[in-house]
Design a protein around this ligand. Structure first.
Ligand code: DGJ
Length: 343
């Protein structure tokens, strides 16, 4: 009897450990403080990811210190001082090593885009196999968000240091929330919220990825979408995005296209389950395919804490594909081990 009780208790404890998985490396747990391998909270917001030579690199806004709402603010333009872009590396997407600040703030020049008094958001890094350079684009802003420009930096290594080349408005259009996408043919594109966030520009980039070619399309006109995250699956292009409500959550939307510069069609909110109409109180930032796993694409979101931006958290969810139906169901926690290995 006692023996049976002990066995049952041990089995129950084992099941709880295996399924709750609050400890790394087995699980992604939503909205928790996610520690790096040195035991510090991962600080990389509005992130982008790069997979290079078997390693994932996670780049993001290093939001350090006090969150400020300027006294002249007429809207909730909460910000932290620019401290730079952080980078973490991992081979399993769960255990992340801090590689340092790969693009640093410029403290001694108040006119510089990277001066602490400015805003730097949504850095994305891509690799150019022709030039063998790592190219970063980011949204660079004035504290009042009137600059609406893209800043470009370059490095010989994924872990930096990146050299800042300057900023501009691609194709003379405003450029705010942005991402980069490299197609299978090596052509790269910048997707940016433009025209006071009312529309989305898709800007084709030059072969070195440092400039727009001048070829672009205007999309989602008057639809006010932010937070673009672009991925390709089975020959189709997808763009996950948010609505436009500052730091507050809103409903996500997925759009699809047969070609990047072609027609994009909105196909609705892919999120399902609790708080799906508020994107699980988070906002899209990137979609990363997991190599070695069959059809595993992770939709990555920021759960912003607008009055303490440094303490913003991460929500990472697997995208489910069922023929043409694409959903992002809510899951409190999950493990990559659940997904079939790709042969
Ligand atoms: C929403 C954007 O997606 C964020 O990156 C940031 O720019 C905030 N707006 C600022 O309110």
């Amino acid at each position: 009897m006692i023996k049976n009780f002990v066995y049952t208790a041990l089995a129950t404890a084992a099941i709880i450990l295996l399924t709750s998985c609050n400890s790394q490396p087995c699980n992604i747990v939503q909205g928790e403080v996610w520690l790096d391998t040195a035991g510090n909270p991962i600080n990389a917001h509005g992130s982008g990811m790069l997979y290079h030579d078997g390693v994932y690199y996670w780049y993001g806004e290093y939001k350090k210190g006090e969150t400020i709402l300027p006294e002249w603010a007429t809207w909730e333009c909460y910000r932290t001082d620019v401290t730079g872009v952080s980078c973490y590396s991992s081979t399993d997407l769960v255990n992340w090593t801090f590689e340092g600040i790969v693009l640093s703030a410029v403290k001694d020049d108040p006119t510089h885009d990277l001066h602490p008094s400015k805003v730097l958001e949504r850095p994305k890094v891509i690799y150019n196999s022709k030039t063998q350079k790592f190219v970063m684009w980011a949204h660079v802003e004035s504290a009042d968000y009137s600059k609406a420009a893209a800043g470009v930096a370059v490095s010989n290594s994924p872990t930096g240091p990146f050299t800042y080349l300057g900023s501009f408005r691609p194709n003379n259009a405003m450029s705010r929330d942005q991402t980069l996408f490299v197609d299978d043919d090596g052509k790269a594109y910048q997707f940016a919220s433009s025209e006071h966030n009312a529309s989305r520009y898709i800007n084709e980039l030059t072969d070195d990825y440092l400039q727009p070619t001048g070829r672009y399309t205007r999309n989602f006109i008057d639809m006010s979408r932010e937070a673009p995250a672009v991925f390709k699956k089975d020959g189709k292009y997808y763009m996950l995005s948010s609505g436009c409500t500052g730091w507050d959550p809103n409903q996500a939307e997925l759009a699809v296209a047969d070609s990047i510069m072609g027609q994009w069609t909105a196909i609705g909110n892919p999120c399902t389950g609790v708080d799906a109409d508020k994107t699980f109180y988070a906002q899209s930032t990137y979609v990363q395919q997991v190599y070695g796993k069959k059809d595993l694409y992770i939709a990555m979101f920021d759960r912003w804490n607008k009055t303490d931006l440094e303490d913003s958290r991460y929500v990472w969810l697997p995208i489910e594909f069922d023929n043409d139906k694409i959903t992002i169901p809510w899951r409190e926690s999950w493990s990559m081990d659940e997904y079939e290995n790709q042969r």
